[in-house]
Design a protein around this ligand. Structure first.
Ligand code: GLY
Length: 464
């Protein structure tokens, strides 16, 4: 198992202890989860907040930071002889604890009594929103909170402090993000090199997954790779690629220490963009580049999203697919027929970083609130940027037949959309171009090498 120096975890826990004055933080690890029978589990993935504060990527653990008594404890069981027979020799809890700066380890069975005693003394047990059924059961049983109240009883104070800490990536984390990016780069280069008419999407997907496992823990999320790229999260990989198709490939890797990358590129299956494809592609690339130029501390990502939307609207107006004034079209939300999602999300230990803690706590704050308008409402990251933030930049243009038909029937935004022209693009698919960015003191920085992205660079990568 790969870990940072124990000091890193100790410092992170101490940072949290410096912020929360009373009670206990309970950070639950994840458990094995059966797939089709108990001993055949899904790929194990540790909880990311547990990884952040307690590091250990193994099941059956819970971390406690006791703010009142100034204690840091991991609850977990030593392996027994049966475990050793099946899994080989394993470190004891005491040794595992030492690796992450914890000198106090206790059997898991003692957790319940520890929490009950604290509750009986009127102390608060802060916990994060649970998302796994077994951890919901544990919280229900140990804290006596009804299932339906588990969400409303979780600690907003703890959530906010964890988000503030995890949102700023330190040098150790940036090195891991670079590794995840390097693997993501290899995955996408394989897609460029393999794509050609007659191939089934699955053949490329399998190769990309193989690379993700060859260099790390596998893909950071299920790969989206499709000639039907207008479906935003298309996980069907059974299409045979045809000459004239665009292939959208959205994939990233998880490093051995569980940090993510997330890139999207779109390529012509034939190896050469046609004129229509080039025109739409260039608009998306312009939006991506404009967003990158704007990234710097102090700017809200919401304003960058809206600027990218304006670049898209203006580009579509220039092609006659939209009409009118781009600023007004974006203010009204008309652009969202073609760009119905957000510009990006935070990224770190999770590809959608900390989404389990609540999207609004991660991407918004007291100053910047979510805009409740179709399309922009999907923007996960809107807040003011700070040095050390990491997020994706992923504008796109899609021709979604059902949405075009629906809005046309409803005569929606007829002042901004040329429906006849838009309908002539049905079958075109979708284009998304996504990079991962770090906010530095002077502006945005690509994480890893930027994948080929201009029309010429993509065609060149496909020729090789
Ligand atoms: N790249 C996939 C997603 O952000 O959901």
């Amino acid at each position: 198992m790969e870990l940072f120096e124990s000091q890193v975890y100790l410092q992170r826990r101490n940072n949290l202890q410096g912020k929360i004055k009373n009670g206990i933080a309970l950070i639950l690890g994840n458990n094995e989860s059966p797939m089709n029978y108990p001993a055949n589990g899904y790929h194990f993935r540790q909880d990311s907040s547990f990884l952040y504060f307690f590091g250990l990527p193994i099941p059956g653990l819970a971390g406690v930071i006791d703010f009142d008594e100034n204690k840091q404890i991991i609850f977990g069981n030593d392996v027994d002889i049966e475990d050793i027979i099946w899994m080989g020799p394993q470190p004891m809890m005491k040794d595992l604890g030492e690796k992450v700066g914890i000198s106090d380890t206790r059997p898991f069975a003692e957790l319940e009594a520890y929490l009950k005693k604290a509750q009986d003394a009127g102390r608060k047990v802060h916990y994060l929103p649970p998302y796994r059924p077994d951890n919901k059961i544990l919280l229900h049983k140990t804290l006596g909170i009804p299932f339906e109240e588990l969400k409303s009883n979780c600690s907003v104070e703890l959530i906010k402090e964890v988000v503030e800490l995890r949102a700023i990536k330190d040098e150790h984390e940036l090195r891991e993000l670079d590794k995840a990016a390097a693997t993501g780069y290899k995955m996408h280069m394989a897609a460029f090199q393999m794509a050609r008419p007659g191939l089934v999407e699955q053949e490329i997907c399998g190769r990309m997954e193989g690379i993700a496992y060859q260099y790390g823990m596998g893909p950071s999320f299920p790969i989206i790779l499709s000639v039907r790229g207008e479906t935003l999260h298309n996980h069907y990989h059974g299409n045979i690629m045809q000459d004239g198709d665009l292939l959208l490939s959205d994939a990233g890797a998880e490093s051995n220490m569980h940090y993510a990358s997330d890139f999207t590129r779109t390529m012509p299956v034939s190896g050469k963009f046609n004129q229509r494809q080039k025109e739409i592609y260039q608009i998306v690339l312009d939006a991506n580049n404009r967003a990158f130029e704007m990234v710097k501390p102090g700017v809200t990502y919401q304003s960058i999203h809206l600027e990218a939307a304006k670049v898209i609207a203006q580009g579509l107006i220039d092609l006659g697919i939209m009409k009118g004034n781009a600023d007004e079209a974006v203010a009204a939300g008309a652009h969202a027929m073609f760009f119905p999602h957000g510009l990006g999300h935070m990224m770190g230990l999770d590809v959608h970083d900390m989404e389990d803690l609540g999207e609004n706590y991660v991407g918004y704050d007291d100053e910047v609130s979510r805009i409740d308008q179709f399309g922009t409402a999907y923007l996960r990251m809107g807040r003011r940027l700070k040095e050390g933030h990491v997020m994706t930049n992923e504008p796109g243009i899609y021709f979604i037949p059902a949405l075009i038909e629906k809005w046309h029937k409803e005569a929606k935004f007829t002042e901004f959309i040329n429906f006849e022209k838009a309908k002539s693009y049905i079958g075109f698919g979708g284009i998304r171009l996504e990079d991962d960015l770090l906010v530095t003191a002077i502006g945005g920085k690509y994480i890893g090498n930027r994948l080929p992205i201009t029309v010429d660079e993509v065609e060149e990568a496909m020729r090789k």
